[in-house]
Design a protein around this ligand. Structure first.
Ligand code: HEC
Ligand code: HEC
Ligand code: HEC
Ligand code: HEC
Ligand code: HEC
Ligand code: HEC
Length: 406
């Protein structure tokens, strides 16, 4: 009898998880959510502005400290370290200003909060526009208008059809299309595009002066659990294609602005693929294709076939690059924010990412010009809670994952 009871509990648990295949109750469900959760009476919003309306649900409530669910911002009033770990990064880093003065240096150096990412406007939550420029670098998108709905369509109109095309009209959206467990679109129903991102022709209704998007959303697939510590395994979003092109909706001038090949044509040649697969850490080149992947240095697989993308996001989560993969903007940057300048995935301003076997911090023995004002805990969060032992004792830049070999 106890055994049967156990099996039933297990069975129900399994079934309830398998119902949607997703880890939480849908709200947007890939398309338009319940009007009253964002509007008092359309078009009037519940929040002080569009971004604040989103953060009512997307900033973790006070007291919720571990990473989890759909949170993209930590409540800094109650918690001093940015702890949310979604692939796009925690907007809370925009509120973290650092300064330090190395011994022998005359001038203090700094890393301002606003240099850590996309400065979204969300007044109720203390987020305002970047003060250092008026327009997107390499484009004409007004900084004062940058917010969640600059990139995400709040009404989730963009959908992926059975043919693979993206459109704003067609069969109704049945579910999110972002996940390995998402249904496939068919003649009766479509699925939402990746992360409700906006596509061709988009511009928020309230911003008639903003440039209109020329590119459709990227093709990508996320695992159902995507906001988590990566100590025991990476969160592998499989980026298929189109991310760099999509970023150019606002950064048109960034063909090769970062002095680096990027986009569909920036294929990894065989020698770089070999480097990536063998590189484990500075000085350690004993890696293998089957375990080479790290979400700290992602790339696009150059695929648009969702059965392939879903398989990669699911069962082959750790395998490294093979012929056909390319460099994209998110190889080096996060999409929302990070703890480092230019919302880079790792610190490009310091010689070492790990020093003397520790994540550098002002609270340990790291030199000032390596810790750069951060605590060791903050540095660890930027590595998504990985174990320091997964790096070299003196770990250098992760550009080396592709560019250094023994
Ligand atoms: C996830 C939040 C969210 C949900 C759910 C939502 N809206 Fe909106 N809506 C917004 C935001 C944000 C704007 C402001 C857009 C802008 O500033 O251009 C908006 C604007 C509007 C507008 C005016 C401008 C426009 O884009 O057409 C109308 C009308 C509207 N919503 C109707 C609705 C209706 C009807 C529903 C339910 C079927 C709904 N909305 C559900 C967030 C939402
Ligand atoms: C009423 C609470 C609520 C509000 C308001 C809200 N969200 Fe969400 N959001 C959720 C939940 C719950 C999920 C996860 C389930 C889902 O995707 O439906 C989610 C998921 C998402 C996702 C991932 C969806 C996918 O299919 O991959 C994006 C992107 C997102 N929200 C953006 C926004 C933006 C932008 C706004 C403001 C215009 C907003 N949300 C407002 C609750 C909310
Ligand atoms: C500059 C464009 C941009 C802005 C502004 C932006 N997002 Fe995103 N967002 C993205 C992209 C791109 C992704 C996919 C990131 C990935 O998979 O690496 C994403 C992912 C997400 C996700 C899924 C979790 C994750 O990190 O992948 C949620 C939820 C979300 N955004 C909500 C928001 C909310 C809420 C805001 C405003 C507070 C916002 N976004 C502002 C581009 C943007
Ligand atoms: C809707 C327009 C829009 C899209 C789409 C967009 N950006 Fe931006 N981006 C901006 C604006 C405006 C700024 C300047 C304001 C700021 O830095 O907060 C900016 C700034 C940046 C910066 C400098 C950040 C800093 O703090 O110094 C980087 C890096 C960047 N974007 C990368 C990207 C990447 C990568 C993508 C694609 C995932 C992308 N952007 C998509 C509008 C956009
Ligand atoms: C190989 C890594 C790499 C790739 C790929 C990359 N970037 Fe960058 N990006 C950087 C670095 C490093 C910086 C810091 C500034 C510098 O050293 O040039 C930067 C800076 C930026 C800035 C800030 C520039 C300013 O004037 O403030 C923007 C915006 C930006 N990148 C957008 C993009 C976009 C959009 C893409 C894709 C089309 C992209 N980057 C691809 C590494 C990269
Ligand atoms: C995902 C792999 C990858 C990562 C990570 C990466 N690169 Fe590259 N890099 C490439 C590829 C691919 C090329 C093109 C080389 C080729 O075709 O032989 C390239 C070329 C270059 C070149 C030569 C530029 C040219 O025009 O030929 C430089 C310099 C460079 N990378 C620097 C960097 C720096 C600095 C970083 C870190 C910010 C970085 N790379 C990160 C893959 C990568």
């Amino acid at each position: 009898m106890p055994r049967i009871a156990f099996c039933c509990v297990f069975f129900f648990f399994f079934v309830s998880c398998a119902g949607t295949g997703l880890s939480q109750e849908p709200f947007h469900n890939g398309g338009r959510g319940e009007c009253s959760q964002c509007h008092t009476e359309p078009p009037l919003l519940l929040g002080g502005d569009a971004g604040s309306t989103c953060l009512r649900c997307h900033q973790a409530q006070a007291g919720i400290t571990p990473a989890g669910q759909h949170y993209v911002a930590t409540d800094t009033a109650t918690f001093h370290v940015c702890v949310q770990l979604p692939p796009g990064g925690d907007f809370c880093w925009l509120k973290k200003n650092y300064s330090w003065q190395a011994a022998g240096e005359e001038q203090a150096q700094g890393s301002t909060g606003e240099s850590h990412g996309h400065n979204i406007v969300a007044v109720d939550y203390g987020y305002g526009p970047d003060s250092s420029s008026s327009f997107a670098p390499g484009g004409s998108y007004p900084v004062a208008s940058l917010t969640c709905i600059s990139c995400h369509d709040p009404h989730g109109n963009y959908r992926r059809l059975e043919s693979g095309m993206v459109a704003t009209e067609g069969p109704p959206i049945l579910a999110s299309g972002s996940y390995a467990e998402s249904p496939d679109p068919d003649a009766a129903g479509s699925v939402g595009v990746y992360r409700l991102l906006a596509g061709k022709g988009y511009r928020p209704k309230s911003l008639p002066g903003a440039p209109t998007f020329a590119w459709d959303p990227p093709l990508a697939v996320s695992p159902a659990q995507y906001n988590r510590a990566e100590a025991s395994g990476d969160t592998r979003v499989v980026y298929g294609s189109g991310m760099s092109e999509w970023c150019r909706n606002c950064h048109q001038g960034f063909e090769n602005f970062c002095q680096h090949p990027v986009g569909a044509d920036a294929l990894l040649p065989a020698a770089i693929i070999e480097n990536y697969n063998r590189y484990i850490a500075s000085g350690n080149f004993s890696g293998h294709y089957s375990t080479a992947y790290t979400s700290l240095v992602p790339y696009e697989v150059g695929e648009s076939d969702f059965s392939r993308l879903k398989m990669l996001a699911g069962s082959l989560g750790e395998s490294g690059p093979a012929a056909g993969v390319n460099v994209m903007c998110l190889t080096c940057h996060r999409a929302h924010a990070s703890g480092w300048d230019n919302m880079l995935r790792w610190n490009m301003q310091a010689e070492f990412l790990v020093y003397d076997g520790k994540f550098p911090g002002i609270d340990n023995s790291a030199p000032t010009q390596i810790a750069q004002g951060r605590t060791a805990e903050e540095t660890r969060k930027n590595f998504y809670d990985r174990l320091v032992s997964s790096f070299a004792s003196y770990q250098r830049s992760l550009c080396n994952k592709c560019h250094v070999h023994d």
